[in-house]
Every structure is written in structure tokens, then in C-alpha cells.
Design a protein around this ligand. Structure first.
Ligand SMILES: C[S@@+](CC[C@H](N)C(=O)[O-])C[C@H]1O[C@@H](n2cnc3c(N)ncnc32)[C@H](O)[C@@H]1O
Length: 399
């Protein structure tokens, strides 16, 4: 069960100095970079060296005689195993430490970053905030993935530090797997669309739960004549997102504060493409039908909806893998993660108005700068939930 006898060469994550430092990106000192590097390496160590041991522990001393009926039986049994406890506690700590490391980075330069964002966004019609917007409980009550204040809290009016923390820390959790600008998901979606719908020329694109637009900008760049709207509930991410987009030279994105359950500010059939990336798992069972229905309503005839998420649990996914994938729900403040991944998304799409023959299925993996991040370098390091490879559940409305 020891993890120290493994002699395979250690393939570490890319150096933090490779991260894409756009004009809004928080400045990091030598020591802060070193701390982020330490955490990225610790994550990689846990995934590549410790987690395989957890699997062996499961197979040799947990599973015999267990007869699990569901992933929950497996998870409950695993919680009694010392190696699972060791891996899980460290993984939780890497999340806590990443958030606190990012906080130190961003809070010490909060005034400077907040005024830079204010200068870049104040009076710009592409930032549309709604201070009266009520946050649903599934957002208001949770600090997602241990992120203090989640995507919405403001420490002072006009605050962007939470968004900056997310931006500078995600490289650590993903070990650079999303690329320099953490936008490998957006590039992957563009590549999917260009390959599978080469003649699709959307005039209006909506990204729901688009956050600070990391994965929205590649779409906006690939379709420069399109009007792109990034909707999110969090004012700090939207404010930071517009400032970031401007400094990265992308000018066709509007950042709108709204709840994706109610997109009544957009008329029926307004958008040719409705996109969501790693968004659905942060909502709720109650919100899902509303989000799906609104996405269908605002879609033009011939338009396409694509939801990109971590893989659904299916009957052919081993219960052990499902249980490990469920870790985020129980130890990383992602309560809807477990339920979402067992739902029949096709059924939700059909209930929202798509015919079965209009449904789209696919898979995408992050597209990253191959010179800096050798393609598929991490393919053998499966971290059950963090790997930059996702499923697409979508639909195309009849023209
Ligand atoms: C995990 S982040 C993903 C952000 C982005 N799509 C990306 O790929 O980087 C989920 C985002 O969804 C937003 N969100 C959650 N529920 C929402 C809702 N009902 N309406 C709009 N945004 C929502 C959160 O504020 C957060 O920014």
C-alpha cells in the first residue's frame, strides 16, 4: 500500500511562471509563485502517486465482502480506510491553501486592482450589473470549492479580488491543464463547433454562468462578428471579466448580471448559440428545468445549445470511480455535483422542448498551447473530477 516504492519518472505540472499575465492578472512575487508551485506539485503528487494507492487499498482491503449497491456504499466504506483519509484530507488542504494563497496575493493589491477595474469598466455599456438581483440559496449559502465569498461577495464596493483570486489560483488546482489563460475549455468548444458545424455562423451567442469569461473569450475571438453575452450572478466576476477582456483585446462581449433561471431580458429566439461550461454542477435540481427551459426559449430556430460538464455517471462507470468523482460534493463545497452527475440530462433537454432527434452528444478535451504544455502530457494522471476533459450534452432546434 506504500506510495513510496513507485519509481515511475515524476512528471510535474508546468511552472507557475508560464501562467498568462494579462493586464488585470494579480502580480505575484517570487515567494507567491513558489507557494503556488508547491501546491500544484502537491496536487500532482496526490493524483499521480497517492490516488493509485487508494485504488489498490479499495480493491484489496475495502471491496472484499462489501457488495456495494451504489457509489454511496463505496464512499462510506472508503471513509474508514486510512489511505483514503490521507488522500482526501490532503486534497481538501490543497484547496484551502490555494484559496488562502490567492487571497494573500489579491488582498495585498486590492486597492490597485479595484481601481484598475473601475477605470476600465465604469460607464462602459458592456457591463450591466443588477444590484437588486437575488441570489438563489444554492449560491448564497456556499463558498464553492472553498473560495471565500464564492463568485459574488464584495469586500468593498466595486471589489474584484474574489474574481482575481479565482483567476490566479485555478492554474494550481488544474496543474496548468487549462492552458496559460485557463481558457482551454473555450478553445475546445470552438474546435468542436468548427469541426462539427463548420458552416455555423452565429450572430448572437449567450454563455450562461460564464464567470469571468475565461472560456467565453476564445468563442468571442473565433466569431469576431458575433454579439457575445456572458451572463453570471456574480458582480465581481463580471466586472473583472470586462476589464480582463478589454486588456486582452476582445471587445465583442457584454457582461450581464442575471440569473440563468430567468433570462426575461432577452426575447424568444434571440440567440443562435447558448453555451454553458462547467456551470450546471453549481446550480440545483430546482433550477435545472428553469435553466434548460430558458436556454431553449432564447434559442433561435436552427440554433444550438451546448452544455459542457464533467462526465455523467453511467452504469458502465465503475462504482469506485463514481465514488472518487463524488469527492467534490462531500469535501469541496460542491453539493449539487453528486446529484447532477446521475441525472438524465437528455430527459431534461427533452422536457425543455428539444425533440430526441435534435439532441447532440460529444466530448471535448482542453485545447492548450502545445509548446508550453505538451499535449496529452497529463493523460495518464486521472484525477477523477479535475481532468480537463468533458462531455457535451446539447441540442439543435429545428430550423
Ligand atoms: C464553475 S464556474 C464556471 C465559470 C465559467 N463557465 C468557466 O468555464 O470558467 C460557475 C459559474 O456559474 C455562475 N452561476 C451559478 N449559478 C448561476 C445562475 N443561476 N445564473 C447565472 N450564473 C450562475 C457562478 O457565479 C460561477 O461564476
Amino acid at each position: 500500500m506504500s506510495t513510496t516504492t513507485d519509481t515511475t519518472p515524476y512528471d510535474g505540472p508546468p511552472d507557475y511562471r508560464l501562467v498568462g499575465e494579462h493586464g488585470m492578472f494579480p502580480k505575484t512575487s517570487h515567494d507567491e509563485k513558489a507557494r503556488f508551485n508547491f501546491l500544484a506539485h502537491l496536487n500532482r503528487h496526490l493524483a499521480s502517486r497517492v490516488l493509485p494507492g487508494v485504488k489498490t487499498a479499495y480493491e484489496t482491503r475495502v471491496e472484499p465482502g462489501l457488495e456495494p449497491k451504489s457509489r454511496h456504499d463505496v464512499r462510506r466504506a472508503l471513509t474508514k480506510d486510512p489511505l483514503f483519509q490521507h488522500w482526501s484530507a490532503h486534497r481538501r488542504n490543497t484547496m484551502e491553501l490555494r484559496q488562502q494563497a490567492g487571497r494573500w496575493v489579491t488582498l495585498r493589491q486590492a486597492d490597485e486592482m479595484n481601481s484598475r477595474a473601475r477605470e476600465l469598466t465604469e460607464g462602459d455599456p458592456r457591463l450591466q450589473l443588477d444590484p437588486t438581483l437575488e441570489l438563489p440559496n444554492y449560491l448564497a449559502r456556499i463558498d464553492h470549492h472553498c473560495m471565500p465569498g464564492s463568485y459574488h461577495d464584495e469586500l468593498v464596493p466595486g471589489d474584484v479580488t474574489g474574481a482575481a483570486n479565482y483567476d490566479c489560483g485555478i492554474f494550481v488546482t488544474t496543474g496548468g491543464g487549462l492552458g496559460r489563460f485557463n481558457d482551454g475549455g473555450g478553445h475546445a468548444v470552438v474546435a468542436w463547433m468548427k469541426k462539427n458545424r463548420p458552416d455555423f455562423a452565429p450572430k448572437r451567442i449567450l454563455d450562461i454562468g460564464g464567470g469571468l469569461g475565461q472560456n467565453v473569450l476564445p468563442i468571442a475571438q473565433a466569431y469576431p462578428d458575433a454579439e457575445v453575452v456572458c451572463v453570471d450572478t456574480g458582480a465581481p466576476v463580471l466586472r473583472y471579466g470586462l476589464a480582463r477582456a478589454k486588456l486582452m483585446g476582445v471587445d465583442n462581449v457584454r457582461f450581464v448580471q442575471a440569473n440563468a433561471e430567468d433570462l426575461s431580458m432577452f426575447e424568444d429566439g434571440y440567440f443562435d448559440w447558448v453555451q454553458s461550461t462547467m456551470f450546471l454542477h453549481e446550480t440545483s435540481v430546482k433550477a435545472m428545468p428553469r435553466i434548460m427551459a430558458e436556454s431553449h426559449r432564447v434559442l433561435a430556430p436552427g440554433g444550438i445549445v451546448l452544455h459542457v460538464e464533467q462526465p455523467q455517471y453511467s452504469s458502465d462507470m465503475p462504482l469506485y470511480e463514481q465514488a472518487i468523482r463524488d469527492w467534490d460534493a462531500f469535501y469541496n463545497n460542491e453539493p449539487f455535483w453528486t446529484k447532477l452527475h446521475e441525472l438524465d440530462l437528455d430527459q431534461w433537454m427533452i422536457e425543455a422542448g428539444f425533440a430526441e432527434e435534435e439532441l447532440i452528444h460529444g466530448g471535448v478535451a482542453a485545447v492548450v498551447d502545445a509548446e508550453l504544455f505538451p499535449e496529452h502530457a497529463n493523460d495518464d494522471v486521472e484525477d477523477y473530477g479535475r481532468k480537463a476533459a468533458w462531455h457535451i450534452t446539447g441540442g439543435q432546434k429545428a430550423a
